[in-house]
Design a protein around this ligand. Sequence first.
Ligand code: PMP
Length: 357
Amino acid sequence: MNTPVPNPRIRRSVASLEAYVPGEQPKVKGLIKLNTNENPYPPSPRVAEALRDVVAADLRLYPDPTCLALRTRLGELHGVDPAQIFVGNGSDEVLRLATRAFTQEHGQAAMFDPSYSLYPVLCAAEEVRMAKVPLADDFSWRNPLPELPPDTSLFFLTNPNAPTGVLYPRPAIEAFAAAFPGTLLIDEAYADFTDTPSDYAAFAAAAPNVLDCHTFSKSWSLAGLRCGYAIGSPDLVGALYQLKDSYNLDRVAQTLALAALSDVDWMRANAARIRTTRTRVAAELLRRGFAVTPSQSNFLFVRPPAPATAAGLFARLREKNILVRHFPASPRTAPFLRVSIGTDEQMDLFLQALAED
Ligand code: PMP
């Protein structure tokens, strides 16, 4: 077989990149979508109101490049100075900019394994090496100070972790931040779903080397809006500003994110509902012999009892129009399915489909 000749017009690191594969978004009617950790409940009605009030004529004007109104409100929410907040086009943009800003040319980053599979792609795009620190068999983190290559300048820590849902102990994270000479990025995409509140914003704001990332995509029910943000020292946040597109968050997104923030109770009530459903579904799966990783997130990471396999169940559920996530590429994740928590009705249909044939 001939090896394909790479197109010399394309940068080698880009041509050889194994791009991140996002969960599918099929347009099938009646599909129960439990594959991308979206919120099954709509955003606050204030978002719909604000959308109705959008003045199309205003779109001829550029948006506020620094998202000041949004940062002011986020500063109140987290009790931090708005000058220490950076808003991005989804937290994926924040992660991409952070990867560039906090690594050196041909440098080194690290993460736990398994964790969010976008991080290695972001590093590969920057020609940065990625070290993967294996988590314990139960996906907990035992050694607070993982052994890292000496030139590691950025560590991605997802808390609660994805795709496992495990929440790490605060003392371990604080000890790691204190001992690690590089930048510790705490990705709190799912932090609003923990049983007791978890927020590293104030910690990051006070530390020289911690960046705390959040998103509107999960608890705020706004994955389609593309808005995320990070909190950190003025230096770290300043570096993200240096790199960003001038107008990275459009006018409509800024307005609607602000409307969502005016109704924190709505978000918290939905997160509480999701927690209750999570507890119920986890108990039922355990009863049926599944291994259920303790989740503090809006998804469950579960291993079916033999002879069932994750791949087999994934395919069977798909035939029944129920979409969950399977990560077959790594031996750590292949035996598991990640199931986003939907409404109670959706989860009942999921449980019913699992019990059939
Ligand atoms: N971090 C983690 C751990 C995630 O799972 C996701 C969602 N795939 C993101 C960040 C990205 O979220 P956003 O929609 O804000 O880009």
